[in-house]
Design a protein around this ligand. Structure first.
Ligand code: NAG
Length: 277
């Protein structure tokens, strides 16, 4: 029985594992490729690429209108864009002519980061015509930290093409992947608080068991040191009454000095002046 259960588990797992391996092999071809051969890639960039993994399926679109021109930009994180052809990671589509221009390719990926942002750069886009010395287009996507969302809206910031070289397209995207890890260290205060709460719990539970099982107490008496805490409660209540009830209903009596005998007479005295003359 036991062995049989194991076997069927292995059988049901096998297709899933195979499927996972196959999809990994299939997607492996069109991923972000960093500069250099596999073993010569920057460790830092590899680590950053791993941070981007949760948004690998993200696809963002943004339309930009400038004078008579209207362009649609499509951006994918480390995946090829069908409209753009081999290795395209960011494409521009002319709103009128439908001409598609690749402005960055995923096989020429560079990544850098700061405290709460990651900059993803795709180089190797189509060549400029008259601008920028005819160099290959380059696009940069600034991913900024927003803990509330996995991915936000893609926005286009700048198209710089007035330089002689090193022109670029700059985009912005909000995502939680760009956020620094939360500091999970407990402060001294919370450690003390947790310790105190645990001690109180141990006291109540331990005392309860002792009173019930060893002393054989019943009802409320099962709480440890019940009489003591009851007295304590009364004392606290008295103290609170004394401190918090700052406005006695009859002011003059408060100046007479407080003695137990006087206190017992008070109610009658207080009422005196309320009587109609
Ligand atoms: C990236 O891909 C494009 C298109 O397939 C190709 O022309 C280019 O040489 C590739 N770049 C690198 C660095 O492999």
């Amino acid at each position: 029985m036991f062995l049989g259960g194991r076997m069927s588990l292995a059988h049901s797992c096998l297709p899933a594992v195979l499927l996972a391996l196959m999809t990994a092999a299939a997607t492996g071809a069109n991923e972000c490729d960093l500069l250099g051969d596999k073993e010569k890639e920057s460790k830092r960039e590899i680590a950053l690429l791993q941070r981007l993994e949760p948004i690998f399926n993200y696809s963002g679109k943004v339309t930009v209108q400038r004078n008579q021109e209207k362009y649609l930009y499509i951006f994918q994180v480390c995946r090829e864009i069908p409209e753009g052809g081999t290795n395209s990671g960011l494409v521009q589509i002319d709103g009128v002519t439908r001409k598609t221009t690749v402005v960055g390719r995923i096989n020429e990926t560079h990544i850098t980061s700061g405290t709460d942002w990651i900059m993803l750069t795709y180089k190797g886009g189509d060549n400029y015509g008259n601008h920028c010395g005819g160099e290959k287009r380059k696009s940069m996507v600034m991913i900024t930290c927003n803990r509330k969302i996995l991915t936000g809206e893609l926005t286009m910031l700048v198209e710089e093409r007035e330089k002689e070289e090193e022109c670029f397209y700059l985009f912005e995207l909000e995502s939680s992947v760009a956020c620094p890890p939360l500091d999970s260290h407990l402060s001294v205060g919370s450690i003390l608080l947790i310790t105190f709460a645990s001690l109180v719990a141990v006291y109540i539970i331990g005392g309860f068991l002792y009173q019930r099982l060893v002393v054989g107490a019943k009802g409320m008496e099962q709480f440890p040191h019940f009489a003591f805490w009851q007295d304590m409660g009364n004392l606290v209540a008295d103290g609170c009454d004394f401190v918090c009830r700052s406005k006695p209903r009859n002011v003059p009596t408060a100046y007479r000095g407080v003695g137990d005998d006087q206190l017992s007479e008070e109610p009658e005295e207080r009422d005196d002046h309320l009587l109609p003359m």
